[in-house]
Design a protein around this ligand. Structure first.
Ligand SMILES: Nc1ncnc2c1ncn2[C@@H]1O[C@H](COP(=O)(O)OP(=O)(O)O)[C@@H](O)[C@H]1O
Ligand SMILES: [Mg+2]
Length: 249
């Protein structure tokens, strides 16, 4: 029973992490926890270190000091592949589908580390139910889809591994308001289905509204954290980061 985990154990713990690219630290003592089953939204100005934080969690970037624990066990020093195998998947900031390949092939690629083809097929069918686009446009070239549709296919692809943690870097970037809502609805759906999500959102207001936890990152430090609503309603944060953007836009 050593694998049994108390349900209140955080899925991910970031503890006093310092990391950068050689020219000094970009992350300067970042600490927070990602609770199981929640949606954690990291907001903050451009260059604050949000993508750097996600790279550190995925193992793409080595941290200089601090600790990152998944279900209580350190993942520091593991390769990106090992971290992926432990159930941490990331949808990158820029579009990442193979444009000349079909939608279905792109989704199946998400299961590339799975040996069990029957399992891949079963997961594909489940994902077609959650993302009807994956069934309806199965044979279309991924590159022929709109930006928002490609995002949804990227979501479906990352779910092929039935991940413990889904990390999304700026999922609504570059999308028109209507498409953005579809993407946010899909994030809500993943949450309702019990997924744990960690996202970075420039569209801070909309991101925080659907999140159970908000983290404000500023020059590599956590400036504020709380429930999504607490961060949304914090007077200084509202002025600094949420600007005049309208709710739901
Ligand atoms: N690959 C890289 N090499 C060197 N510096 C980088 C690299 N990626 C990001 N940076 C720098 O790290 C800082 C934080 O960048 P980033 O994490 O991308 O910010 P955010 O995602 O919050 O906009 C910036 O000053 C950026 O120029
Ligand atoms: Mg970024």
């Amino acid at each position: 029973m050593t694998e049994a985990v108390a349900s209140d154990q955080p899925l991910l713990e970031i503890e006093d992490v310092y990391a950068g690219y050689g020219g000094g630290d970009v992350l300067r003592g970042v600490s927070f926890i990602v609770p199981q089953g929640g949606v954690t939204c990291v907001v903050g100005p451009n260059g604050a270190g949000k993508s750097t934080l996600l790279a550190a969690i995925s193992g793409v970037l080595s941290i200089r000091t601090g600790d990152i624990r998944l279900r209580g066990r350190s993942i520091v020093g593991k390769t990106p592949r090992q971290i992926l195998s432990e159930g941490v998947v990331q949808v990158p900031q820029n579009h990442s589908l193979f444009p000349e390949m079909s939608v279905q092939a792109n989704v199946e690629i998400g299961g590339f580390i799975l040996r069990d083809r029957a399992l891949v097929q079963r997961r594909l069918e489940q994902l077609q139910d959650s993302f009807p686009l994956v069934r309806e446009r199965a044979n279309a070239k991924a590159g022929s889809l709109s930006g928002g549709q490609q995002r949804l296919v990227e979501f479906a692809r990352c779910l092929m591994l039935d991940p413990a943690l889904v990390i999304l870097d700026e999922p609504s970037m570059g999308l028109d308001p209507k498409t953005r809502r579809t993407v946010f609805d899909s994030i809500r759906l993943m949450h309702q289905q019990g997924r744990t999500l960690l996202l970075v959102e420039q569209n801070a207001r909309a991101g925080l509204r659907l999140s159970t936890q908000g983290i404000v990152l500023e020059t590599g430090r956590v400036r504020l954290s709380g429930t999504g609503d607490e961060v949304l309603n914090h007077p200084e944060i509202g002025e600094l980061y949420l600007g005049g953007a309208k709710v739901g836009s």
